[in-house]
Design a protein around this ligand. Structure first.
Ligand code: GDP
Length: 447
């Protein structure tokens, strides 16, 4: 995503402070100017950029800073925390509740990815144990119901709509009533999105809202909408009580910044981002993790979300225990590789791991990484139980072991040695995860 460029520019500005022997007001001003330019180029709303600049200056108070303090670190921390507050409205998103019908209504302009996102959202929550159902309340666009039907059929999600009824509020109300009676616990209402912010669209949206009284309204916005995003988001918020934002298409050439400014306009948190057309290409959004990734600091939370997504819930306590115990055996590495293989595009996963910036896994290298992982797994298939469960890597120094594993797997001894050093490196990373809590358990919109 192009946001990586923004991250690089911000880190570049912060790093360039190191070229100065003393960090004074002028150096700070220069650094903030570069950061502001980068944010504006990424289409972040101008008012927000100014606010960030003023707030960092206020927080840092460079002239009054005690001489022993590491000024660069203080500035870095202030920039990090201001970027977080720009994206964090301080309001919690609606948490889905088990045992009742949660009604979630989706709004946004046509083409921004609303229908796709409804399906992704339904599917993500289905995997968390909810029973979702979808309603097409779009009678404006011919083919809207067919599109929703097709998406739902692929994802195995029940749907409701009409080819003859012309009042979207009536369809929405009837659908919600039916799915409530059938005890679906997540009822998703997809509404129509016109090209422009027409009055008729807004009136219709208000009528649907009145008819279904949703627990939450999600505003969907395309990541490539530029400076116009702020006003667009504001117009929706002024019409219906938007409670959450989803930014789509952050996988392409979208600058992303405009859509991120929708947080401030709607005073609502981003709960997910869309990173591709496929139903799986959908990530929970956590502000701190996002800013960490943006600045190349890695993101344990996102990584853990992915892990918890693919590991069945009953196995999660066991994994957590292993993590906290810090025992990292070859067998755990094997299990994790197997999980990672299930997770999807490698680059997406690896960029979440601290230490692996986007640059480390260039696009073409994703496949090579997967190949490498498969080879590692073949080598581990040739290990004995004793080797897989060994607490001490020294076991591999014993005579003949490397050779036997190499022969058994059809790989070279050198490759086995690489696997062993990879295990050591992953073990060290693993050590850093000790004490982390599993995020995302029990479902919910943001968890
Ligand atoms: P709607 O008119 O707002 O309901 O938009 P649609 O759901 O029909 O999506 C419009 C187009 O955007 C479709 O071609 C989708 O496949 C595509 N799309 C939606 N979300 C994403 C995303 O996160 N990434 C990419 N690359 N395409 C997306």
């Amino acid at each position: 995503m192009v946001l990586a460029e923004l991250g690089n520019k911000i880190t570049g500005a912060l790093r360039s402070m190191a070229n100065n022997t003393f960090v004074d007001e002028a150096v700070l001003d220069n650094c903030l100017k570069d950061i502001a330019t980068a944010l504006l180029q990424a289409d972040i709303n101008i008012k927000l950029v100014k606010q960030l600049r003023d707030n960092v200056k206020r927080a840092v108070q460079i002239e009054d800073m005690a001489s022993g303090l590491n000024k660069r670190k203080v500035i870095e921390k202030a920039v990090f925390s201001e970027l977080c507050s720009m994206l964090d409205p301080d309001t919690e998103p609606y948490e889905l509740k088990k045992g009742r019908s949660n009604v979630v209504m989706f709004v946004g302009l046509q083409g921004n990815g609303k229908t796709t996102t409804c399906t992704k959202y339904a599917y993500a929550n289905k995997r968390k144990g909810y029973r979702p159902a979808m309603i097409c309340a779009d009678t404006f666009r011919a083919g809207a119901f067919d599109q929703l039907k097709q998406n739902c059929t692929k994802a195995g999600i029940p749907f409701y709509g009409s080819y003859t009824e012309t009042d979207p509020a009536a369809i929405a109300a009837a659908g919600v009533q039916r799915f409530r009676e059938e005890r679906y616990d997540l009822i998703i209402v997809d509404t129509s999105g016109r090209h422009k912010q027409e009055d008729a669209l807004f009136e219709e949206m208000r009528e649907i809202e009145e008819a279904v009284k949703p627990d939450c309204i999600v505003f969907v916005i395309d990541g490539s909408v530029g400076q116009a995003a702020y006003d667009q988001a504001l117009a929706f918020k002024q019409t219906v009580p938007v409670g959450a934002v989803i930014v789509t298409k952050l996988d392409g050439h979208a600058k992303g910044g405009g859509a991120l400014s929708a947080v401030a306009a709607t005073d609502s948190p981003i709960i997910y981002i869309g990173t591709g057309e496929h139903i799986d290409e959908f990530e929970q959004f956590h502000t701190k993790s996002f800013v960490s990734r943006l600045l190349g600091l890695g993101d344990w939370t996102g990584f853990m979300d992915k892990i918890t997504d693919v590991i069945p819930e009953d196995q999660q306590p066991e994994l957590l225990e292993k993590l906290q115990g810090g025992v990292f055996t070859m067998r755990i590495l094997y299990e994790q590789y197997a999980n990672i293989m299930k997770m999807g595009p490698m680059g997406q996963i690896m960029s979440m791991i601290p230490g692996f910036g986007q640059d480390l896994i260039p696009k073409g290298a994703e496949q090579a990484s997967q190949e490498r992982m498969k080879h590692f797994m073949t080598m581990m298939d040739s290990m004995t139980d004793q080797e897989l469960d060994a607490q001490d890597i020294k076991i591999f120094q014993e005579d003949g072991r490397l050779e036997r594993i190499a022969q058994g797997s059809g790989r070279s001894m050198q490759e086995v040695a690489v696997l062993i050093s990879e295990h050591k490196r992953m073990g060290q990373l693993w050590g850093k995860m000790k004490g982390l809590k599993m995020p995302g358990k029990g479902g919910g919109m943001s968890s």
